[in-house]
Design a protein around this ligand. Structure first.
Ligand code: GTP
Ligand code: MG
Length: 137
């Protein structure tokens, strides 16, 4: 599969880092296939992160992810899922490699600037959570 899904999370969006992050994404060779600014309700954030519902941080995560506007995007590149995870860096910014999006822009392990799908299957599911087929180019 050559597509992945990403969200610029509320911390990075509200801090005005969207442009800088999009520049990094495009310079890394990803093509923007779909994009929108939107805001999740706590309920919809809960659906998106349903896989984490038994984790202790789930309620905080849903509250944080619904705390402000986000930008959702579908991206295209060879090896998109793995290459995008490399570009964004580790979940915890304290462990993220130099030059990664999270190293540069994340505030904490929770408010970590950006999401990246972890498999081709989830990229497909997450993309269709936000976009209809006629919104993809
Ligand atoms: P995503 O790309 O957002 O899915 O991040 P990830 O795949 O690197 O991490 P994971 O799927 O394990 O966790 C999803 C999100 O939950 C993270 O990006 C964080 O925003 C949040 N999160 C993960 N671990 C913790 C934690 O230990 N504490 C808190 N407060 N939040 C966490
Ligand atoms: Mg994840």
């Amino acid at each position: 599969q050559n597509r992945t899904f990403t969200m610029i999370k509320p911390d990075a969006f509200s801090a005005g880092n969207t442009g800088a992050i999009l520049k990094m994404i495009e310079e890394a060779g990803f093509r923007i296939v779909a994009a929108k600014v939107t805001k999740l309700t706590a309920e919809r954030a809960g659906q998106f992160y349903e896989v984490h519902k038994e984790r202790p941080f789930y309620n905080d995560l849903c509250e944080y992810m619904s705390s402000g506007a986000i930008m959702a995007l579908i991206l295209e590149k060879d090896n998109a899922v793995a290459d995008f995870r490399t570009l964004i860096g580790a979940t915890n910014p304290a462990e993220a490699a130099e030059g990664t999006v999270r190293k540069l822009f994340a505030k904490s392990i929770e408010a970590n600037a950006i999401h990246g799908s972890d498999s081709d299957e989830n990229a497909q599911l997450e993309g269709s959570f936000f976009f209809s087929k006629d919104e993809e180019f």
